[in-house]
Design a protein around this ligand. Structure first.
Ligand code: SF4
Ligand code: SF4
Length: 247
């Protein structure tokens, strides 16, 4: 079978999604039978784009001009382009301060002598290119990455979930942290796929996978208010991984 020719790239991000792939240590030998990591600067050198790719997996959001150029080039060269991780899909944590003056933010972080650099508000990939599939998560689950690569090697795009973390939490018969322990759990608004990782450990969901399609924000906010949560706190939590929730 012909090996899948892949490009794996990171834009503004922490590299955690790419590391999740590298952490598939037990599966890597088999993956290397199926896939050729032809462009993967985090893991291999030399790191030059060359030829065409069956798929480009892109981590991170867009905030610098050279990232935009790289993304457009990857799109031109790749049959499929996959947004990997919540930053690539929604902007993620890098976009938390969007809407604020970037010059002022730079001074706060680097001081008065900070060197200005050309930088735009962090944005998801689909603001600039057509994205063929999203793999959410901060980082995505290892199994999702393996399913993605196995599917791509057979020419198929991944089937992604369209239900909330609550659905998986109920399937695992967890105690509901929101209704039974009055904890601020974002499960009702958050895309599933992590098998309710956090609530299953009695930790409220922080919403790291971004919004579930058709998230009923209005209804959820009422439930949170009934439980005594300050609206500002709820919206602040939502904003952490899903900066565009109110657009
Ligand atoms: S604990 Fe959280 S994720 Fe689980 S059912 Fe309750 S609200 Fe939903
Ligand atoms: S339960 Fe929520 S915060 Fe935890 S991994 Fe899943 S989506 Fe992320």
């Amino acid at each position: 079978m012909k090996r899948l020719r892949l490009a794996i790239a990171g834009l503004t991000a922490c590299s955690g999604c790419q590391l999740s792939l590298l952490n598939c240590e037990d599966e890597l030998p088999e993956l290397l039978n199926q896939c050729e990591f032809s462009f993967f600067p985090l893991a291999c050198s030399p790191a030059e784009l060359a030829g065409e790719y069956d798929a480009a997996l892109v981590e991170g959001c867009l905030s610098m001009p050279h990232e935009r150029e790289l993304l457009l080039e990857l799109r031109r060269r790749s049959r499929y382009l996959i947004a990997v991780g919540t930053c690539a899909v929604w902007g993620g944590v890098a976009a938390i301060r969007n809407g604020e003056d970037r010059g002022e933010l730079r001074r706060q972080v680097y001081g008065q002598n900070a060197v200005a650099c050309e930088m735009s508000e962090p944005a998801p990939l689909r603001n600039v290119v057509t994205v063929d599939a999203d793999i959410a998560g901060c980082p995505p689950e290892k199994e999702e990455l393996l399913r993605l690569l196995t599917g791509l090697s057979r020419g198929a795009l991944p089937v992604t979930v369209d239900y909330s973390v609550c659905t998986e939490c109920r399937m695992r018969e967890n105690l509901c942290l929101l209704t039974e322990r009055s904890e601020l759990c974002l499960g009702p608004l958050t895309l599933g796929g992590c098998r309710a990782r956090c609530p299953s450990l009695s930790v409220p969901c922080e919403g790291c996978r971004g919004p579930v399609p058709e998230a009923n924000l209005k209804e959820a906010v009422e439930i949170y208010a009934q439980k005594g949560f300050d609206l500002k706190v709820v919206l602040g939590r939502l904003h952490r991984f899903w900066p565009g929730w109110n657009q």
